[in-house]
Design a protein around this ligand. Structure first.
Ligand code: GLU
Length: 468
């Protein structure tokens, strides 16, 4: 199936930092747009004055860029439908409110929060699902004026048509049907004049030419309301696809330990963007193979048909797997930069390339690189208990000989190993392990030949001597 002129969007509310859940939503929308050479738009849904914070907007722009999810239209980039922050679109919404009010498809509601809460309670007590009771639905002009004159400031409520079925085909979940009678008249403009989500979100999608909306399943129940608003305004309706939520391994919501970490925290821990992209693109979406993919390949192989309905389980081990893959596929220059200043300060400039190549298979995070920089270039070598045991077992004689062959061959690995083998009568593990343990303080790690090449001679000698 080919889709023409795709335009998707990510529409975050800046009430916190991006986390895996909303990053996946952004990613899927970006991938869908790229797959069909369409456009990906970013819109800031900052209508909740209480909970929005400008620093969250700045953070989310930065985080999206770090991930490589650049937007074609939106804040800082511009485009044909500005402004891209809902808080700046009040004048645009006003015209649409007016149209609904003029057609009696929306009405001012003067019910106070206390009255609404009481009505809700009464309905629940009577075993009925709480809906707006319709108190203000049929006020005449004089009644409205009287309330206004009493100082009450109204919300604007959408009048839901009676006895209708609202139907749509969800791109993930298939055909959906909702009875309009189950939906109470809902607020589209708050008493402080700010727009309610259902309204601003739907109207903006239409005005900005959005063709596909992929978003969390928690929004599914909002969709019939949004369809009714769009229908009443004669605005185009996008294709909706509601993504299965990400759950913890126990099936419950994500716990702190399991991955509701913010993108910033993951980034600070050293996760590479490609690891997160490869992991998230497979969370609720399947690819034909399970090989690592560059961002372009993730997009080229993304398909709406491959979105799954089952809840997507977060699995930290999988994320680690993709992190290892991302490290494996990175360039040496990039890895060096990612290793950070603790490594940069330790590793002599001349050894930089060799260091990166030597430890490459042994690292997943910058902290691992710091570990090896300390083991290779640190003045004090901490020995693991295993390394101590291996050194003791090999005995001082072994190291007297090791020191002798090192003095003769230096870091020339083959001749050094051949001679040591001959002199000590050891081979295999009992030859390599004591050397490794004495030189690095560990019984695992980078290739021994590379370690020898990297170690400054005075350090190598000192460490072999310590075994004697
Ligand atoms: N601002 C909404 C949210 O962050 C957007 C929902 C949507 O994608 O339509 O949940």
């Amino acid at each position: 199936m080919t889709i023409m002129n795709v335009k998707t969007r990510f529409a975050p509310s800046p009430t916190g930092y991006l986390h895996l859940g909303n990053v996946r939503t952004a990613l899927f929308n970006a991938l869908l747009a790229r797959r069909w050479r369409g456009r990906f738009l970013l819109r800031i849904e900052d209508t909740d004055r209480e909970r929005n914070r400008p620093e969250f907007v700045a953070a989310l722009l930065e985080d999206l860029r770090w991930l490589g999810l650049d937007w074609d239209e939106g804040p800082e980039v511009g485009g044909p439908h500005p402004p891209y922050a809902q808080s700046e679109r009040t004048a645009i919404y006003a015209a649409y409110y007016q149209r609904l009010a003029d057609a009696e498809q929306a009405y001012p509601c003067f019910c106070t929060p206390t009255e609404l809460a009481l009505s809700r309670k009464a309905q629940l007590a009577a075993g009925r699902p709480p809906r707006y009771a319709g108190t203000c639905a049929r006020l005449n002009e004089a009644e409205r004026r009287a309330r206004w004159d009493r100082g009450l400031r109204p919300t604007l409520r959408f009048r839901v048509p009676v006895g209708r079925m609202v139907e749509f085909t969800d791109r993930v979940r298939g055909p959906q049907r909702f009875a309009s009678d189950d939906i109470g008249d809902f607020v589209i403009r708050r008493a402080d004049d700010s727009p309610q989500f259902f309204f601003a979100n739907a109207v903006d999608d239409a005005l900005m030419g959005i063709t596909h909306v992929l978003r969390g399943e928690d929004h599914l129940a909002n969709t019939p309301r949004q369809l009714l608003v769009l229908e009443a305004l004669g605005l185009p309706v996008p294709d909706y696809g509601h993504l299965a939520l990400i759950v913890g391994t126990d099936g419950g919501p994500l716990s702190k330990r399991a991955g509701d970490l913010s993108l910033r925290e993951l980034r600070a821990a050293g996760y590479l963007p490609e690891a997160l992209l490869n992991y998230l693109a497979r969370l609720g979406h399947t690819y034909p193979g399970d090989a690592w993919m560059a961002a372009e390949a993730l997009a080229a192989n993304f398909a709406l048909e491959r979105l799954g309905r089952a809840p997507a389980g977060y699995d930290g081990a999988q994320l680690l797997h993709w992190q290892a893959e991302a490290v494996r596929h990175a360039t040496p220059e990039r890895l060096w930069a990612w290793m950070g200043s603790a490594v940069h300060q330790r590793v002599p400039p001349a050894s930089r390339d060799e260091f990166v190549h030597a430890i490459w298979p042994n690292i997943r995070f910058p902290a691992d690189a710091v570990f090896w920089a300390e083991r290779l270039f640190g003045a004090e070598l901490p020995f693991s208990p295993e390394a101590r045991a291996v050194i003791l077992q090999a005995g001082p004689e072994f190291f007297v000989r090791a020191l002798a062959v090192y003095d003769e061959h230096g870091a020339a690995y083959q001749p050094l190993i051949e001679d040591l083998k001959r002199l000590t009568g050891t081979k295999g593990k009992s030859l390599f392990m004591p050397l490794r343990a004495a030189l690095t303080g560990e019984t695992h790690g980078p290739e021994l030949a590379r370690i020898l090449a990297l170690l400054p001679p005075e350090i190598a000698r000192r460490r072999l001597q310590a075994g004697c």
